[in-house]
Design a protein around this ligand. Structure first.
Ligand SMILES: Cc1cc2nc3c(=O)[nH]c(=O)nc-3n(C[C@H](O)[C@H](O)[C@H](O)COP(=O)(O)OP(=O)(O)OC[C@H]3O[C@@H](n4cnc5c(N)ncnc54)[C@H](O)[C@@H]3O)c2cc1C
Ligand code: FES
Length: 260
């Protein structure tokens, strides 16, 4: 059940030119968090914009009651969020939305993240590891300094294949080209992806061509975050008669449901 709470900030630091990691304690909320869900955070309760901002669950530690978010500064809300200090309280609603489905038995899974879209795949990787899955992560960014989650992925114990547009680390080019060039589809049971929509479209096409099931986490502009305002309504396929709400029906949808 989603709730609203005040999280005590125990860590907040810059991890790249424009990305930050913030960790806060909210035991009751963290106990409910599942991979792929998100929280709706108020960037600044006194001076900020009225609307909360949606951010994925990047990591959750149910034992300590902590929730960590990874965010990129793109506008007023995320800029205000950078001003939060250790020992401040942040106003958070969550967990919200429908997350990733987890396999009943250990599988060979492929996680594909682009840029800050890698965020929800970290908590997912942790959960999949606990289930005994064999995990490969394709992680695409513009350049080396943007590969900010390397250490976490290593600590979880997954195989990492990076792709950078400038070739400073790993494969030179798009993560979808890395996918087509280096991944043997017969070795993969399920694919999870999050990142820019053109990237996820390429991933879904690869999956469909090779008969691999999978899921993608979508982004839409959000207001209420709980299915009440229609701010995030969209069609999943051009021919669909009805609109879904990304905040409540998603943000995670199966490849079979979406036509990018
Ligand atoms: C379910 C969900 C999970 C998300 N998880 C993360 C995350 O883990 N880390 C992260 O950095 N970002 C995430 N986002 C995107 C994040 O919510 C937006 O970047 C943020 O709301 C921008 O707020 P702002 O006030 O800084 O920018 P604004 O001033 O509101 O907007 C600045 C720019 O960002 C664009 N923008 C605003 N909101 C969104 C949005 N929801 N999706 C795409 N573009 C947007 C605008 O078009 C504009 O160009 C997520 C979005 C959704 C819907
Ligand atoms: S953000 Fe209000 S319905 Fe989704």
């Amino acid at each position: 059940m989603p709730s609203v709470g005040k999280g005590l900030v125990i860590g907040h630091h810059q991890v790249s030119d424009d990305m930050y990691e913030i960790e806060f304690i909210l035991p009751a909320m963290s106990a409910e968090c599942e991979p792929g869900q998100f929280v709706h955070i108020m960037p600044d309760m006194d001076n900020g914009p009225l609307l909360r901002r949606p951010l994925s669950l990047y990591d959750v530690d149910k034992k300590s009651g902590s929730i960590t978010l990874l965010y990129k500064v793109v506008g007023q809300g995320t800029r205000l969020l950078t001003r939060v200090r250790n020992k401040d309280y942040v106003d958070v609603m969550g967990p919200l939305g429908r997350g990733f489905s987890l396999p009943g038995v250990a599988q060979n899974v492929l996680l594909i993240g682009g840029g800050v879209g890698i965020a929800p795949l970290i908590y997912l990787a942790r959960a999949l590891k606990e289930l005994g899955c064999n995990i490969k992560v394709l992680y695409g960014t513009g350049t080396r300094s943007e590969l900010v989650v390397f250490d976490k992925l290593r600590q979880i114990g997954v195989e990492i294949m990076p792709a950078t547009m400038d070739g400073t680390v790993g494969y030179k080019g798009l993560v979808t080209d890395l996918l087509a060039d280096k991944v043997n589809p017969s070795e993969i049971d399920f694919i999870y992806t999050c990142g820019p929509e053109p990237m996820m479209a390429g991933v879904a096409q690869f999956a469909k061509q090779n008969g691999i099931p999978g899921e993608a986490s979508l982004e839409e502009h959000m207001a209420c975050g709980v299915g009440a305002c229609l701010g995030c309504a969209r069609k999943l396929k051009a021919e669909d008669q009805h609109y879904i709400k990304v905040c409540k029906d998603g943000p995670v949808f199966s490849f079979a449901e979406i036509d990018f």
